[in-house]
Design a protein around this ligand. Structure first.
Ligand SMILES: Nc1c(C(=O)O)ncn1[C@@H]1O[C@H](COP(=O)(O)O)[C@@H](O)[C@H]1O
Length: 174
């Protein structure tokens, strides 16, 4: 089995419906990853061990998702030299604002790259970019992915213009 390059961890299995999108993004780029529940609050010793061992085990980035008082991404960032990408998971109350602020407002010296509330897909894509900085083949795949995004957006504009005005006044989207 291929060694995982990205660790996707979350405070609870209840975060998986949100965090799954990170795994899907990594699948699209054929980046090997591992998935686990690691809670700073409920299993602090295991959380520290996970963070301390991640680099030595060959991981290149950690994606950490948590909801509510979401301390997991920041605590992992404090015990690993790896880049940590934080995903604020929205819970029943407060619309994820609690998770967002818990993750994004890190003290200087301990960075967490925070994506949007429930932005697990972007977390996966950001991890791909981290790896692509040192992997020409992966970088090429990312360029192709971006070109496809461009095509899709252009096509949406073309369809909208055709629907609204029946013309192509900006000359985009041939
Ligand atoms: N924010 C944290 C941490 C942590 O930051 O260590 N551990 C669990 N949790 C969060 O608690 C929420 C409710 O968890 P349960 O569904 O298990 O009660 C989840 O969103 C989880 O990420």
């Amino acid at each position: 089995m291929t060694n995982p390059l990205v660790g996707i961890v979350m405070g609870s299995d209840s975060d998986w419906p949100v965090m799954e999108a990170a795994a899907q993004a990594l699948d699209e780029f054929e980046v090997p990853y591992e998935v686990d529940v690691v809670s700073a609050h409920r299993m602090p010793r295991e959380m520290v061990a996970y963070g301390e061992q991640a680099h030595g085990r060959g991981l290149k980035a950690i994606i950490a998702g948590a909801g509510g008082a979401a301390h997991l991404p920041g605590m992992l960032a404090s015990v690993t030299p790896l880049p940590v990408i934080g995903v604020p998971v929205p819970l029943r109350y407060l619309d994820g604002m609690d998770s967002l602020l818990s993750i994004v407002q890190m003290p200087a010296g301990v960075p967490v790259a925070t994506v949007s509330v429930a932005g697990a897909r972007n977390a996966g894509l950001l991890a791909v970019r981290v790896l692509a900085a040192f992997d020409a083949e992966l970088a090429e795949k990312m360029v192709e992915f971006q070109a496809e995004l461009n095509n899709q957006a252009t096509e949406k504009g073309r369809k909208l213009r055709a629907k609204v005005a029946g013309n192509d006044s900006f000359g985009f989207g041939k």
